[in-house]
Design a protein around this ligand. Structure first.
Ligand code: SF4
Length: 471
């Protein structure tokens, strides 16, 4: 079997990251590796072949992209689409599908958490992959995803949970396929990096987040250790753990960290939920090579987050960030502006909180009706969303559809001011210089800061496109 993974080109070379659970546009000049493709590649047998056409990572024009498509001869195709640039992705999907009309053809994409989009796409392909672990690749070659595990091939009146909690089967991704120069991780210390996942899905359930729909599937730590051994043979030294909340479950992560501290020499970063924090775990992570944490802080008013099912203790956030700082680790705080209960004064308190904490980076997002989220359900129920009119993301390329009482233009201005106030502080720049590990690290950081400034400026200048359907 030869499996072809396809990511289409993105409009205006935007850095769109397309995943099963959540897609987004990078807020600086980075592009994650396609981690779902990577996990699916772990299911291939030793005699199977695989290739990747990534029009986004390789910044391909339409003609070059279709030249590569025409030159390939796969037995099975997996194509990624995103709600962030639905109209463009759907157009590429249809043309690629036409090229492989006689081949089994499956898709992935966050947008298919929405039944209207799932119903449309399953009429034009063999199924939507909703779980990258439990696929029957041989069965998928049979030209119909009907009844196959991990695939939805028909809209259902009451869809079952997308994935039940459990243990993922062991297998090692074909990392060699994904070591492209076009993939850049913004917090890495080295340009060449690999994404490793210990848990797919999320053990938490924040209603504004699409990941709340995906129960966690855990890869046994012994499998991850084998993967690290493989990465060593490829000369990879930098990792990004793609887990949504690294550290879960503790009994799987503790032995992994012990092995990493004792046998390996990777430097790495990960997402870390404040409720996972204990001093012991953080110190174990540091010993295992972790240099940067991305922490969802969201708001200065953590009590206000309870209504979205997010339970975080503010004291714990402060404790985690200051402990990480003491250990010499860097922390990127993730914040959301424009949640439906928030006043402008509360948003300003959040941006102040970001500057008061000893943070090394801050990412300010705007609440958006992401596929599968409660905000989206409300917008659909209120008739504020039209099929095909996508493009809502946390960079606010399109209006925020009335989630916040504060107007759309004002929200964007608040976000851009938050970025400027955070990054353009002399004390901040000195702090970054102090924590820069090497010239390669310095160059990576300067390029990401320039990219963030450019995107922030573009976001301030662009006007929302008209709300029309298409595709
Ligand atoms: S913890 Fe993070 S990834 Fe998980 S549901 Fe909440 S916001 Fe989403």
């Amino acid at each position: 079997m030869h499996l072809l993974f396809v990511n289409p080109p993105s409009p205006r070379n935007r850095s769109i990251i397309r995943l099963i659970d959540c897609s987004h546009e990078a807020k600086a000049d980075y592009l994650w590796q396609p981690s779902d493709f990577m996990l699916i590649s772990a299911l291939l047998g030793p005699d199977d072949g695989a290739s990747l056409i990534d029009g986004t990572a390789d910044r391909l024009g339409e003609a070059d992209f279709f030249r590569l498509v025409a030159g390939s001869n796969p037995d099975l195709i997996v194509f990624a689409l995103s709600g962030v640039c639905w109209e463009s992705d759907y157009r590429y999907f249809r043309k690629t599908r036409d090229r492989f009309r006689d081949k089994p053809f499956y898709v992935i994409g966050d947008i298919f958490q929405e039944e209207a989009y799932l119903s449309r796409i399953v009429q034009e392909c063999d199924g939507v992959i909703v779980n990258p672990f439990h696929l029957d690749l041989e069965g998928m070659m049979g030209r119909s995803g009907k009844g196959l595990p991990g695939v939805r091939s028909a809209a259902e009146a009451a869809p079952a949970p997308l994935l039940r909690e459990g243990e993922a089967p062991g297998g090692i991704p074909r990392h060699g396929l994904f070591l492209k120069k076009g993939y850049v991780f913004p917090l890495a210390r080295r340009a060449r990096f690999a994404t490793v996942t210990t848990v797919w899905g999320c053990p938490f359930a924040c209603s504004y987040c699409p990941d709340s729909n995906f129960q966690p599937a855990v890869r046994p730590w012994q499998t991850v250790v084998r993967e690290l051994e493989h990465l060593e043979t490829l000369g990879v030294k930098e990792l990004f753990f793609g887990d949504k909340a690294f550290g879960y479950p503790r009994e799987n992560v503790a032995p992994l960290l012990d092995e990493m501290a004792g046998r390996f020499n990777f430097s790495w970063s990960c997402y870390f939920h404040p409720q996972m924090y204990t001093a012991e775990l953080l110190e174990l992570m540091k010993a295992a090579g972790c240099h940067t944490l991305i922490v969802g802080i969201e708001s200065a008013n953590t009590d206000g987050l309870k209504r979205y099912g997010r339970h975080v203790d503010k004291g714990r956030i402060v404790e985690l960030v200051t402990h990480a700082d003491r250990l010499g680790m860097s922390v990127c705080g993730d914040f959301i502006l424009g949640l439906e209960h928030e006043s402008e004064a509360e948003m300003l308190a959040t941006t102040r909180f970001a500057r008061e904490l000893p943070l090394d980076f801050a990412s300010f997002n705007i609440a958006a009706p992401l596929p599968g989220s409660a905000f989206r359900q409300k917008a659909v129920a209120a008739g504020r969303m039209v099929f095909g009119a996508e493009g809502y993301d946390t960079l606010s390329h399109r209006g925020e559809l009335g989630i916040s009482a504060v107007g759309y233009e004002r929200l964007r201005a608040l976000r851009n001011r938050a970025v400027r106030q955070f990054y353009l502080r002399p004390s901040y720049l000195l702090r970054r210089l102090r924590k820069t590990a090497s010239i390669e690290h310095f160059v990576l950081q300067v390029s990401q800061m320039a990219g963030m400034a450019r995107k922030s400026l573009m976001s301030a200048q662009s006007r929302p496109p008209p709300l029309t359907g298409g595709g």
